[in-house]
Design a protein around this ligand. Structure first.
Ligand code: FAD
Length: 578
């Protein structure tokens, strides 16, 4: 494998940049092919009166031990914790705090019951929760090992997403929708014992010599909303109209965190990754993710507006891989790291030759890809009471339920309206003024005198052809194993992994986050390097290992760095297996 030094990375999002940087650092010849005219993918910062505000990812979820925190620290960027949320009812009056606390407790209780009921449902069918998730595996050192230890890695308001599962709640009968399907029964492909990877050829032909693990039948414990309705029936019937509004607000907030309606989520697996979440504050970056991305993409060979249309793997001889772009250019390499978002894979916007193995296409179909949209508004003055988040318990569930107040962080009168799930997708059909009208109506109900914004930026992630949504989630038909399947490489005729997969939807540990994207890029860089230079590594490649990194920047005083021009180039990227 000594001469295999050429690598194509498809996509310059966080995962692609992580892989490209790491491989470049290790002496590989890396070309990044990016469809857009900018790096960062689902992270993008827009200028609001001189402050950079994120239209895509904004938070680092849990700073303790998070590799992105280490990078942020080295760059001298400013993490700002966000915690407080003041909640308003649909009539514009603030919600009673005690009432909201009570409703929040009920909401958390119902979710916990749902989790227990779903687990019991699995067990009644002879499956354990740990069979179906990563629970049987010890979490990587340094990570939380309690289920639901205090909320989600994605939650916008830190206290808002409840835990599900650790403490025993009365588990009601678990008879919710259960429709075991046979659709996941396709074989994964043979295990290559040297690399622990699954062979495409084997999967495609079924002729591999290795062990063909029988894929367990997919057990469908049902949709989260069905269980919620069932488990919450008695509790909800005792709630007043106002309390029900608050209950729905908590639900809407959770839907923002998941980018999906609860009816789209698996009742048992939807929060399987909570146990791996990082501890500590959930922070935004004052300088915006764009600043981080700009520094990470420095000195990389990135070809912009290079939309890949075909990824071809030579399975018969050792010719490697070829990517063909929309304008007919071809790029040859020994390895290709594909970081196409799940939404792009679902849309089959890129052709794989040979076609992807059945197990992979099943997982692409089974996992969900949600939508979270943001409307960033710069006002002439701050007309709201300053706080981190403004919650709005709308009459209609799931509409404009959450606003982030960035005035403290940016020093500008910036509000960010957020919406998730089907409503977020539906607004993409509206004009900018139509969307703004809806938001202004909500703000006027709460604050009465609201000036017109001087600048507005609106995301439409579902219609963005290079994203086709915001991030992945576990749908009723899926389990965490589908994330593993998405990460499996495609091998050539000799069983050598040639096309590798990274991106947020390829990790069961930190899916749907920038951290997960980053770690997955490092994981695939390590997979290549351990294959090409096995003697340099003490341990063989382990796909379940959390490959962590520490990135070092020259010691330039922070005051000398400007976010967009002066970010110092990383000079060293160390990688250690933990
Ligand atoms: C509104 C929103 C809010 C979010 N909030 C958070 C948050 O607060 N915290 C958090 O951790 N995460 C958040 N996320 C999720 C986070 O943004 C993603 O998990 C992460 O950025 C994904 O990185 P990636 O490298 O896997 O994919 P991407 O960033 O999507 O990178 C893939 C790249 O491939 C490119 N591409 C696509 N098709 C082609 C093609 N055919 N040819 C060439 N290139 C192509 C794309 O342009 C893109 O640059 C949010 C996402 C959204 C949309």
């Amino acid at each position: 494998m000594g001469e295999n030094r050429r690598v194509i990375v498809v996509g310059a999002g966080i995962s692609g940049l992580a892989a490209a940087r790491e491989l470049t650092q290790r002496g590989y010849e890396v070309t990044v092919l990016e469809g857009r005219d900018r790096p960062g993918g689902r992270t993008v910062s827009v200028d609001m009166g001189g402050s950079m505000v994120d239209l895509g990812a904004a938070f680092i979820h849990g700073v303790e031990g998070n590799p992105l925190s280490a990078i942020v620290k080295e760059m001298g960027l400013t993490p700002v914790p966000f915690e407080q949320c003041t909640l308003y009812q649909s009539d514009g009056w603030p919600a009673d705090i005690r009432e909201d606390r009570r409703v929040e407790r009920i909401f958390n209780d119902v979710l916990e019951r749902c989790h227990q009921a779903a687990v019991q449902h699995l067990e009644q069918r002879g499956r354990s929760f740990s069979d179906a998730t990563a629970a049987s595996r010890e979490p990587a050192p340094g990570l939380s090992n309690t289920i639901g230890s205090g909320g989600s890695r994605r939650r916008p308001a830190s206290t808002l997403k409840p835990s599900a599962g650790a403490t025993a709640a009365t588990a009601a009968a678990a008879g919710a929708a259960s429709t075991p399907s046979g659709n996941g029964a396709a074989a994964d492909g043979a295990v290559d014992s040297r690399n622990g990877v699954h062979s495409t050829v084997a999967a495609a032909t079924g002729a591999a010599a290795g062990v063909e693990p029988a894929q367990p039948q997919r057990i469908l414990p049902g949709r989260l909303d069905e269980l919620l309705a069932q488990e919450g029936k008695s509790l909800l019937s005792g709630l007043s109209k106002g309390e029900q509004q608050l209950f729905n607000w908590h639900r809407g907030n959770l839907e923002i965190a998941c980018g999906a309606d609860l009816s789209e989520l698996s009742a048992v697996h939807w929060n399987q990754d909570d146990r791996y979440q990082y501890e500590g504050d959930h922070v935004m970056l004052r300088e915006g993710y764009g600043c981080l991305v700009k520094a990470l993409s420095k000195r990389l060979d990135i070809r912009y507006q290079a939309e890949v249309k075909v990824i071809k793997l030579d399975t018969t001889a050792v010719k490697g891989v070829q990517a063909t772009t929309a304008d007919g250019r071809t790029f040859d390499a020994d390895f290709l790291v594909c970081t196409l978002p799940l939404g792009v894979l679902k849309a089959r916007a890129v052709r794989f030759d040979p076609v992807l193995p059945q197990a992979k296409t099943d997982s692409i179909r089974a996992l969900g890809f949600g939508c979270l949209n943001k409307v960033v508004m710069l006002f002439p003055t701050v007309f709201w009471d300053t706080m981190d988040f403004i919650g709005h318990a709308a009459d209609t569930r799931g509409q404009w339920v959450l606003f982030a107040d960035l005035s403290r962080m940016t020093g500008q009168a910036v509000l960010v309206a957020m919406t998730g799930g089907p409503f977020a997708t539906s607004i993409e059909r509206l004009s900018d003024s139509g969307i703004l009208q809806q938001i202004m109506a909500v703000l006027k109900r709460i604050y009465h005198k609201v000036p017109e914004p001087v600048k507005v930026e609106i995301s439409r992630w579902k219609s963005d052809r290079f994203a086709r949504g915001s991030f992945s989630f576990i749908a009723p038909d899926a389990t965490a194993k589908d994330y593993d399947t998405l990460s499996e490489p495609l091998c050539d005729g000799f069983g050598v992994p040639r096309v590798l997969f990274a991106g947020e939807a390829t990790t069961r540990y930190h899916p749907s986050t920038t951290t997960g994207a980053w770690l997955s890029g490092l994981r695939e860089a390590m997979r290549i390097d351990m294959l090409v230079r096995p003697t340099k590594h003490k341990e063989p490649f382990d796909p379940d290992c959390v490959y962590d990194c520490s990135i070092r920047f020259p010691r330039v005083p922070h005051s000398e760095r400007s976010p967009f021009t002066g970010a110092p180039s990383p000079c060293e990227l160390k990688l250690t297996a933990t």
